[in-house]
Each structure stands twice: as structure tokens, then as C-alpha cells.
Ligand binder design. Structure first.
Ligand code: ARG
Length: 585
């Protein structure tokens, strides 16, 4: 649609031409940034003057004389300090820019990039027959937000949920199921909690027999062999564990208000057929070598205790393949068949060594190149409010579902407290959106590689950097728009703007640049910080500038227009992060 060049880009262009008129030989970065003194400050002239052995203030004055000023964009420019430029935009340029964004629907004037790549995002990867824990929550929340942001920039994204659906534990589970049929009922179960409790029961019971009974242990071991060699009965039973687990996964993802596509659930087992080929290529190219029967890859810089090299094991001495072989084969698939240009893994930082070795191996094999990059977006541990790894009072790991339920319950208290005209059903519906939003936002607003505190009190607080605060800002704007009745938002570029309106307007202009930057750096917290600042700037605009009681109709319309554009920007930004913005709260 109609894309809008940001004010920052327009100013940059003006400065660039003034700079090249002044210093035709040099290419100077104006180093433009937002400033408190004026709208923007450009600091690049200092370095340019140094290079040209010129007096910076004189050079700056020359550049200023080459800048066209006027109501169309730069209203005023002056030299300050040792040779900075302070630039002030015209009110008209600000309002016209925002008006153009306003007519562009959801995209808000932000153009998609012209040459998008294909990013395969590996996220939300729980394990079959196991409860999901808070770590899986982070992967799902961060991955979903990154995907939303990347999609918005025009990047093509493909999701891969690399679920743990293979391994020797299935020998034990399947053997137990053979000896104790009717313990799982995947076909009829649609209840996620029921599914998980079935799986848990089977897991615990089979473990108990496995630990106590040597004969069972032997039968379980044979079952692993049967599974690996593709025995049909064994595979069918394995499939039942997968199906039952998926019922559970979907129930959690639904609670998280997150869409997961079945064709993107491609677990470890999906790469089984390709693993011998992976091993063959690595061995033939000399990337991997035989060591004590196993096929391994060594790295100069990866050493363990006693300075012994720690290898990546592609194939064990008994011929079995593991986690690394599956990941290496997945890379081949993602690069060759899915034509990925970027591989992104949203996985606990504790697996970073694994990925370092896997990526380096893939580079040596030529699967990763300068054109195909891989990145592990490693996230930190979830801590309790006490700053220690998150546990229940009894010292057990916290069930993800309990946690989400509690967040929703807390949110219900907050919503009920403030609710004026909401029915109980509406309160419950809002509580879902507020509670789940709170959990997601708390996670997304801290830099992902840091540990983060799971503190429900803080998360659902109405003050401070929380999603509830943002949701209330949005809902308050909706209520103003409703109260405006017949008067509709409309831009009036001829009006003079209050300082608070200018600050809000310039920030609204920066939405697209922020999303692009946050997406390129895989940094959802930058978008979260932008949205929080947007809500704060809106609040101070609202405090200082009466909207419905403004002096003239034009003024009312123009302020309603600023309100509405703020709301739409908040809505879009939150949506990219996977968070709802209820119309009423
Ligand atoms: N299922 C794994 C776990 O729970 C995470 C998988 C990460 N993705 C990957 N391609 N290895 O720890």
C-alpha cells in the first residue's frame, strides 16, 4: 500500500545532500538521532571536520547554509556546541506524515522490505510424554514474537517445532504400554490436561517397573531396537504417545493464545531417514572422524576439563544417532529443501555449546555459508520472585498450566477491581487477555539472554512497564473515541502543535524503523520498550492537551486523530508481540 518515508529518513536525505554540497569528496554519516534540545541532533560533522582538517563550527555553519528550510520539513536548524546541528521539524511536516500513515490500514505506512529472505524459526519445542515447563514457555513466547516482527518486515518465515519425539526412553514407554494396554486414549481425548495426566501416569509407572525389574529393562532395550528398525507395531504405539502429547501441547498453546500449525511440528524423528546420509557426507569430507568407534567432530577452541577436546558426537560407537545428528540433518533440510537464508533457534542458552558445535560443523560441511546464517537466540532461566530458579514451595518445577491459570486469576482480580460496566463473562474474557498478555510481556520486555523473574504481582501491576498499562492506555483511547460520538478524527496539518503532541508524533513516526531494527537484531524487547514509551508519551499528551474539550473543532479532530493513530500503533505493536488489546477494560 501507500508506504510513508519516515521523518528521520527524510531529514537524513536532506542532510546528506547538504553534506555532499559542502564536502563533495567525502561521504559523511550525519549521525542523526532524536534529541531533547531540538527534535533531532546531527553529530557527524565533528568527525568529518577532523578528517578534512577543517574547523568543525565553520564547517557546520557551511552545511547549515546548504540545508533548505521551510514548512515542508526542516523548520529550523542551528549550530550548537563544538559543531553539532540541532534540527527542528515543522508542525506541518509532522502532521502530514502521520496523516499519510493514518490512511494505510494496519501497515501504518511501513513498507515491507524489497528483497526478503526466508527465515526458518525453530521455537516452541516441547518434549513428547513430558510436561512443559517455564523454559518451553520462553521459547514459545519469544519465538512467536520474533516471527510476528519478521513477518511484518516482509521476511518469509517458516516455523519448525523441533519437538523431542525420539530417544531410548520410548523403548520403556512402549514396552510398558504393550504389557499394560488401554492406558492411553489419544483418539478420544481432546482434553489436554487429561492427556498429560495419562502420559504422566504411564511415564511414572513404566519408570518404576524399569528401575525395579531387570527383565523388563531388557525387554525395553529390545523395544528400542525394534523402534529404530521401523517395526510397525512399535511405531504405531510410538505414534500414540506423540498424538496424545500433541493434544496436550495444543491445549497449552491455546491457553497461550498462540497459533501453532500442525505441518510445522516437525520433531527430531522427522530427520531419522536423513541421518545416515549426514554421517556419510561428514565422514567422506573429513569434517567428522572416527574416534573409538564413534563418528565425531573436533573443535580447537572447545575443551573440557584437563584441556581435553570435547567433540560433537554425530554417531555413537553402537551405530545410534542422537540429538546432534538430528539437528545437523535438520540444517540440511532447512537449507536445501526449504531454501532458508537464515536459521533462527529460540532455545535455552544452556544449549548454546551444542549449537556452537552444530553450526561450526555445518559451516565446515558447506551447509552454512556467508549467505545462509544461523543464530541461536539463547534465552536465560526463569527465576522465582526470590531470584532463585523457579520452583514450587515444595521444591518441584512449576507446571506451566498452573502458572498460566494463576496469571489469569490475578488478572481477573485487577480487571474486576477497575471494571465499571463489565459483566462477569466479559471480566473472564478480559482476564485471559490481560493475564496471558502480562506473562508474555514480562518475558518479552527483558533482553532475552538475561534471566528473568517470574513475579506475578509485578506482571499484573497497573503502573510501570507492564502489558496491563499498555492495554489500559489502548482501552482509554477507545473510550475517548466512543465519547467523541459524531466528531471524527481528522488531521489538520495547518494547526500548530503542542510540545507534547510533537513528541508523540515523532515517536509514532518511528514505529516502522523500530520494528525493523528489533527484527534485524532479534530483539523483541526493543519493540516492547518502544510501546511503553508510546503509552507514556500518550499519557503526557493527554495530561497537557485537552482532547474533547479543545478550543476548536479542528483542534478536537486533530487530537482525536493523534489518539486514534496512537491506538492503532499500540494495537499493531502488541499484536506483533502476540498480545491482545481489548477494546474495553
Ligand atoms: N526439545 C528440546 C528441549 O526441550 C529443544 C529443541 C530445540 N531445537 C533444536 N533444534 N534442537 O530442550
Amino acid at each position: 500500500m501507500a508506504s510513508v518515508t519516515s521523518l528521520t529518513d527524510l531529514v537524513n536525505q536532506r542532510l546528506a545532500s547538504a553534506l555532499s554540497a559542502t564536502l563533495p569528496e567525502a561521504s559523511v554519516d550525519p549521525l542523526l538521532r532524536r534529541s531533547d534540545r531540538a527534535d533531532y541532533q546531527a553529530n557527524g560533522i565533528l568527525a568529518a571536520a577532523k578528517k578534512a582538517k577543517a574547523n568543525p563550527r565553520e564547517l557546520a555553519t557551511q552545511v547549515v547554509s546548504n540545508i533548505t528550510t521551510g514548512a515542508d520539513l526542516i523548520q529550523d536548524v542551528e549550530v550548537s556546541g563544538p559543531g553539532f546541528l540541532n534540527l527542528t521539524l515543522s508542525d506541518q511536516a509532522i502532521t502530514e506524515n502521520l496523516a499519510a500513515r493514518y490512511t494505510d490500514g494496519d501497515r501504518l505506512g511501513v513498507a515491507a522490505k524489497p528483497n526478503p529472505g526466508i527465515t526458518v524459526i525453530d521455537y516452541a519445542q516441547p518434549n513428547v510424554a513430558k510436561e512443559m515447563h517455564v523454559g518451553h514457555l520462553r521459547s514459545a513466547v519469544i519465538g512467536d514474537a520474533l516471527r510476528g516482527m519478521l513477518d511484518f518486515t516482509g521476511e518469509q518465515t517458516i516455523g519448525r517445532h523441533h519437538i523431542g519425539d525420539w530417544g531410548t526412553q520410548f523403548g520403556m514407554l512402549i514396552q510398558y504400554l504393550i504389557e499394560n494396554p488401554d492406558q492411553l486414549s489419544a483418539k478420544t481425548d481432546t482434553d489436554g490436561e487429561q492427556a498429560m495426566s495419562n502420559l504422566n501416569r504411564v511415564y511414572k509407572a513404566s519408570r518404576a517397573v524399569f528401575d525395579a525389574d531387570e527383565d523388563f529393562k531388557e525387554r525395553a532395550r529390545k523395544r528400542v531396537v525394534a523402534l529404530q528398525s521401523g517395526d510397525q507395531e512399535t511405531l504405531d504405539l510410538w505414534q500414540r504417545f506423540v498424538d496424545e502429547s500433541k493434544v496436550y501441547f495444543y491445549s497449552v498453546f491455546e491457553k497461550l493464545d498462540m497459533e501453532i500449525r500442525d505441518d510445522e511440528i516437525v520433531g527430531e524423528s522427522a530427520y531419522n531417514d536423513g541421518m545416515p546420509e549426514t554421517a556419510r557426507i561428514l565422514e567422506e569430507t573429513g569434517v567428522a572422524v572416527r574416534s573409538e568407534g564413534a563418528l565425531v567432530v573436533f573443535f580447537d577452541d572447545i575443551r573440557g576439563k584437563d584441556d581435553q577436546p570435547v567433540p560433537l558426537i554425530v554417531q555413537k560407537a553402537d551405530g545410534g544417532f542422537g540429538y546432534a545428528a538430528s539437528d545437523l540433518t535438520a540444517i540440511r533440510n532447512r537449507v536445501t529443501d526449504l531454501h532458508a537464508t537464515s536459521l533462527l533457534y529460540v532455545v535455552d542458552v544452556r544449549q548454546s555449546l551444542h549449537f556452537k558445535m552444530v553450526f561450526e560443523t555445518a559451516r565446515r560441511a558447506g551447509w552454512l555459508t556467508d549467505d545462509v546464517t544461523a543464530h541461536n537466540m539463547g534465552y536465560g532461566t526463569v527465576l522465582g520472585a526470590d531470584g532463585k530458579p523457579f520452583k514450587t514451595r515444595a521444591g518441584e518445577t512449576v507446571r506451566l498450566e498452573d502458572l498460566l491459570d494463576e496469571a489469569v486469576q490475578r488478572a481477573a482480580e485487577v480487571v474486576r477491581d477497575k471494571a465499571q460496566d463489565l459483566t462477569e463473562d466479559e471480566i473472564q474474557e478480559r482476564a485471559q487477555q490481560v493475564g496471558i498478555g502480562a506473562v508474555k510481556y514480562a518475558d518479552l520486555s527483558t533482553s532475552p539472554n538475561r534471566d528473568y523473574k517470574f513475579d506475578l504481582d509485578q506482571m499484573v501491576s497497573l503502573n510501570g512497564d507492564t502489558s496491563v498499562y499498555l492495554q489500559y492506555a489502548y482501552a482509554r483511547i477507545q473510550s475517548i473515541l466512543r465519547k467523541a460520538g459524531e466528531v471524527r478524527p481528522a488531521a489538520h496539518p495547518e494547526l500548530e502543535l503542542h510540545a507534547a503532541e510533537r513528541a508523540l508524533g515523532l515517536h509514532l513516526d518511528a514505529f516502522g524503523d523500530t520494528v525493523f531494527e528489533a527484527a534485524a537484531e532479534y530483539a523483541p524487547h526493543k519493540l516492547a520498550a518502544y510501546l511503553y514509551q508510546l503509552a507514556s508519551l500518550y499519557t503526557s499528551f493527554y495530561d497537557k492537551c485537552p482532547v474533547l474539550k479543545a478550543d476548536t473543532t479542528e483542534q478536537v479532530e486533530n487530537r482525536l486523530f493523534l489518539c486514534d493513530l496512537t491506538a492503532r500503533t499500540l494495537h499493531q505493536g502488541m499484536a506483533l508481540l502476540g498480545i491482545r488489546t481489548p477494546e474495553r477494560l
